[in-house]
Design a protein around this ligand. Structure first.
Ligand code: ZN
Ligand code: ZN
Length: 270
């Protein structure tokens, strides 16, 4: 059984958040594996966006789950002398569908990431809206689904996060303040306001309480100069010392190690 907490304190090269053609990633699992081996990785975990209960082109289809698990088992045995491979998922939370559901609990996964990408629409509560996309799409949705109420959207994101944390069923919490990026493009400085920081702090405290592993997600660092959680929250990490993994959330093999050195450097300098 994989011990992510032990790996989090090791110096070997790893990534536990990787997307392939099973969801919105841009290459095959095996091409990621080959690249990781060449780049000296010792551990590589795959985390397709889980099947969800809404129409979503970015998520894995439920009928592909078995094929994915079989392919992972095959590649694990082919590459076992070169790299440790793990079959995981990045599971979405929708109140009645999420990491704690029997469907996900019963899957033979090596670990699970719990992430919020969808929140209920303010126009129709039954409808969940993906607020994780690029800013252009986020701005359109703010108008279409959320009456341009950015504070409401931020509050909903962190409320959904708390509910997911409470429900459990996962090991790593994915990019736990990611809404801060789109929100701060919508309204500059919003993620430095006192009420905002209080909401993130509540989520951080809940994570500590449950002893989940926090990831520092480096996906956007090279392009947008932002980590998830953002750099200003690294001081909390230093102070409270949760288990931390630095993950690139890579959708391309050549970005597997993107941002990692910078994140480690900044963490070490605090
Ligand atoms: Zn994600
Ligand atoms: Zn991801």
């Amino acid at each position: 059984m994989i011990d992510l907490r032990e790996i989090s304190t090791s110096t070997s090269r790893y990534n536990f958040h990787t997307h392939t053609q099973y969801c919105d990633g841009r290459d095959t699992i095996e091409n990621f594996v080959k690249h990781a081996v060449d780049a000296g990785f010792k551990h590589l975990g795959f985390s397709p966006h889980s099947p969800v209960i809404v129409e979503s082109p970015c998520n894995m289809k439920i009928e592909d789950v078995e094929k994915y698990l079989n392919e992972m088992n095959h590649l694990k045995s082919v590459y076992c002398d070169r790299i440790h491979l793990y079959a995981a998922m990045e599971i979405d939370y929708f109140d009645n569908w999420g990491p704690s559901n029997d469907f996900f609990v019963s899957l033979p996964l090596d670990y699970r990431i719990g992430s919020i990408h969808f929140i209920p629409s303010f126009v129709n509560e039954e409808e969940y809206v993906d607020i994780d996309g690029n800013f252009e799409s986020f701005r359109n949705k703010m108008n279409l689904h959320f009456n341009n109420d950015i504070r409401g959207v931020v509050e909903s994101y962190y409320k959904q996060s708390l509910k997911m944390i409470e429900a459990g069923g996962f090991d790593i919490i994915g990019h736990f303040d990611k809404i801060g990026y789109n929100a701060s493009l919508f309204q500059r400085g919003i993620d430095e306001e006192e009420w905002y920081l209080k909401l993130v702090r509540n989520v951080f405290d809940a994570i500590l309480d449950k002893d989940y592993i926090i990831e520092i997600n480096t996906k956007a660092y090279e392009q947008f100069n932002r980590f998830f959680p953002s750099e200003r929250l690294f001081t909390w990490i230093k102070q409270y010392k949760p288990h931390v993994l630095i993950n690139s959330d890579s959708h391309f093999p050549h970005l597997l190690n993107s941002g990692r050195e910078s994140a480690m450097h900044i963490l070490n300098n605090i």
